[in-house]
Design a protein around this ligand. Structure first.
Ligand SMILES: NC(=O)C1=CN([C@@H]2O[C@H](COP(=O)(O)OP(=O)(O)OC[C@H]3O[C@@H](n4cnc5c(N)ncnc54)[C@H](OP(=O)(O)O)[C@@H]3O)[C@@H](O)[C@H]2O)C=CC1
Length: 756
């Protein structure tokens, strides 16, 4: 609604109302009225922002335009042309979905955001890292929310953050549909591309076709093809509570708590326990729209206080709603809040959650989830879809550490960078590999180890991560994320089986060893061109002759170059599957006269060929002479010239590096570890189990070599991944994120709460 006397010009008043709107609904309504009044059509997303700016000649808006113009002028966006042909659906209007939508709009993408919620009702308060503060200020946060970061500790409530981002997104021409539930992806059919199944089904978002899908639904929806990994730690029960902030003088004087962990203030926690029976590991208090508390409580005291009714070893059973006494939980949170603020907050009254209940909740942080991959590509009927996860659906944050939104925004920028490359026609495997390389860094990022030059931050990862290697993950390592391609390997195998069935001495079981004798290749040729080959003249044990015959015929008749020499089929230890896949695919295309791979075939061949060439390089760099002694890899592979890093033999004898590697140094990824000729052949010992380690099964991190299956958290035994671990060098131990934080917290005395 237009506020009276705000301005004489109705459009100015409408703009003011839009800027000041305090709910999602009010924001959307004011926006629509403003657009109507100025006769600008939000669906004309390409020109919307410039038209709005031109038609709203209002001094109060100038500040905002300047900020947005400055961001939009960054060369990364190529004046909104970088992705002008792309369309993106974003699932979730949480902070991360909206932040991603803004970047994609700046790249020129047509963006639609869906959220099932109709209101922004989350009171919980998020900690902001310095770069996020700068980022939001640059988007005009102060304009939309005058109190932004005016307190002593930098934070913002989720709903205020969503409001700011929603307003910026709308100004940039993003369509935001609330009250719409995403039910799943609809595959292309006929001339229609990828779409979403939504509820209500009649909503116009159902007709939106897109080639990029961002899943930012907060972790509850995981698109097909993504694997989610569980990181299980020791029992950690989180409690959040929000109390009404009446903004009185007395409330203003109460000190915030940026994070008090038990180890740093034993006295406080002992008093809390002995005086009121509340036993906590840590507590945080932020004063924002509400008085917000987040704490980790010990199970014993929750049982004693009757918050948890019955003890169960299984945490799901333990924290099931039926096993929680809500009233007792309210009392517990109330007492903790009152005690930790020295009883200085007068008339503590619970704020209300979206359902009108006292806003206090209990969460399980024992088990955190993270996706194994950040992105993938699907292809159906020749139409490709890039799918990316951002926010909590990518990595669930441990709230008391206050990393959620900062890492969420970093992933939003990284994702936008990938979409930019997608829009510019980058090869799927290459851009997926680059995205995964960035994803490896995410869990290691801290306010200290990311670049401090906030002014130069852009979606380009190199502006944010010092010493980043954008190619630490190779395309071959993301092959499984190009989903159609893998299915096509199976298709290729069954085509081969079908067309060699019934031939004597031929049994095709795979795309490698079954081809060694050359009989299967000859059978394949005979099946299609019997006149070319006399099968009765073949001897299954004359491997070189059979293969030479088949290779020569393929080359002469169909112009297909052999992938290896016939003699190598007998000498090699293992047939190289990727070489065979590329070779057999070309044969299939030739024999079935599909000579130009098109549509889905294109992606498949691209995958195979990229995999093959990369694989050859990696193999050469990694396995050098060992592989050449024993394998069939083509000899044209490039030579390696890296220095050698020798592994330590075991943790006990390893000489500790100068400092803990949970520093900025860990941001530069392990290079592919080169192997000297004395090492190849593989008889080193695994850093962890001290057993023999062969080159082909070897993983490495921090200069240590090990079996990949041995790379587990010292504390909980969960499997570690490159980039998703911390290494405490003085002890020579590797930890998962959760346990490294706990371990460091215990050791790092005097450093109270700077993470929180
Ligand atoms: N309570 C807290 O303190 C919370 C804090 N956060 C913070 O916010 C950060 C960013 O969160 P973010 O990743 O953006 O996720 P959010 O949870 O903030 O946003 C996701 C949004 O998508 C909605 N959604 C989920 N599934 C669907 C669907 N199928 N169709 C339509 N809408 C759907 C969710 O609704 P719904 O929620 O109803 O499923 C929610 O509104 C987190 O890292 C964390 O720090 C996030 C969530 C809660």
């Amino acid at each position: 609604m237009v506020k009276e006397a705000d301005s004489v010009n109705p459009s100015h008043a409408l703009f003011d109302s839009f800027v000041q709107a305090q709910t999602c609904k009010e924001t959307q309504q004011n926006f629509i009225e403003l657009c109507r009044h100025l006769k600008v059509e939000p669906r004309d997303y390409k020109h919307f922002y410039s038209k709005l700016k031109d038609r709203l000649n209002y001094w109060k808006a100038k500040d905002l335009w300047q900020k947005i113009d400055k961001r939009a002028a960054h060369p990364d966006y190529e004046q909104g042309q970088a992705c002008h042909q792309n369309k993106c659906l974003v699932l979730g209007a949480g902070p991360c979905g909206l932040r991603t939508a803004i970047e994609l709009a700046l790249l020129g993408t047509q963006v639609a955001v869906l959220d099932k919620r109709v209101s922004f009702s989350r009171n919980n308060v998020l900690h902001l890292w310095p770069y996020t503060i700068r980022d939001l200020l640059n988007l005009g946060a102060k304009k939309f929310y005058g109190r932004f970061c005016s307190g002593s500790i930098h934070h913002i409530s989720i709903r205020q953050l969503q409001l700011i981002l929603l307003k910026v997104a709308l100004i940039l021409g993003v369509e935001v549909h609330t009250g719409v539930t995403f039910e799943g992806l609809l595959e292309p059919s006929g001339s229609t591309g990828w779409r979403a199944q939504v509820s209500p089904g009649s909503h116009r978002a159902a007709a939106f076709e897109f080639d990029v899908f961002i899943s930012a639904g907060g972790g509850r929806y995981v698109p097909d093809g993504f694997k989610i990994k569980e990181l299980r730690g020791k029992l950690a029960i989180g409690i959040t509570a929000n109390f009404v902030n009446r903004r009185t003088k007395q409330e203003a004087q109460v000190q915030e708590i940026s994070g008090v962990a038990r180890i740093y203030n034993q006295k406080f926690f002992q008093a809390l326990h002995s005086e009121i029976g509340v036993d906590l590991e840590n507590i945080v208090y932020y004063k924002d729209d509400t008085h917000y508390f987040v704490m980790t409580a010990k199970k014993g005291s929750l049982l004693k206080k009757g918050v948890i009714k019955q003890d169960f070893p299984d945490v799901n059973q333990l924290l099931a709603p039926a096993n929680v006494n809500q009233k007792a939980l309210e009392e517990y949170a109330y007492d903790a809040a009152d005690f930790s603020t020295d009883h200085m907050l007068p008339d503590l009254e619970f704020a209300r959650d979206h359902a009108g209940r006292p806003d206090v909740a209990m969460f399980d942080f024992t088990c955190m989830h993270r996706a194994e991959n950040a992105s993938l590509v699907k292809e159906r009927k020749g139409k490709r879809l890039l799918i990316a996860l951002v926010g909590d659906s990518l990595v669930e944050p441990f709230w008391p550490l206050g990393t959620g939104i900062a890492r969420g925004f970093l992933a939003a920028f990284d994702t936008a960078w990938m979409v930019r490359n997608w829009g510019k026609g980058g090869l799927p495997l290459e851009l997926l590999a680059e995205r995964e390389s960035m994803y490896q860094l995410l869990s290691q990022t801290t306010p200290e180890n990311i670049s401090k030059n906030y002014a130069s931050y852009s979606i380009n990862p190199s502006t944010r991560y010092p010493n980043i290697s954008m190619s630490s993950i190779k395309p071959t390592q993301v092959k499984h994320t190009v989903l159609d391609s893998l299915r096509r390997l199976e298709d290729l195998l069954s085509w081969c089986q079908k067309n060699t069935a019934g031939y004597k001495h031929v049994k095709v079981k795979d795309l490698s060893e079954s081809w060694r004798s050359g009989m299967a290749l000859c059978a394949l040729i005979h099946n299609f061109r019997p006149e070319l080959i006399n099968l009765s003249s073949l001897d299954e044990y004359n491997i070189t002759r059979n293969n030479k015959l088949a290779f020569d015929l393929m080359e002469r008749e169909f112009g297909i170059t052999p992938v290896m020499r016939a003699s190598e089929m007998i000498t090699c230890e293992k047939i190289d599957q990727l070489s065979m896949v590329v070779y057999l695919t070309q044969i299939r295309n030739a024999l079935t006269e599909k000579d130009t791979p098109a549509g889905n075939e294109g992606l498949f061949l691209e995958a195979c060929i990229t995999l093959k060439s990369i694989f050859n390089n990696i193999c050469f760099h990694l396995f050098a002479s060992h592989y050449f002694r024993s394998s069939c890899l083509p000899q044209s592979a490039p030579t390696a010239s890296h220095p050698t890093t020798r592994p330590s033999r075991c943790p006990e004898t390893a000489r500790p590096p100068p400092s803990s590697t949970r520093s900025s140094a860990t941001l530069s990824k392990d290079p592919v570890v080169p192997v000297s000729s004395s090492e190849v052949g593989g008889s080193e010992l695994c850093y962890f189990c001290n057993k023999h380690l062969y080159v082909l099964e070897r993983g490495s991190a921090e200069g240590k070599f090990f079996h990949r299956s041995c790379f587990n958290c010292y504390q909980c035994g969960s499997t570690l991944r490159q980039g998703g671990y911390a290494f405490l060098s003085d002890m020579g131990r590797f930890y998962c994120e959760l346990h490294s934080a706990a371990e460091e917290e215990e050791r790092d005395e005097g450093h109270i709460g700077s993470q929180v």
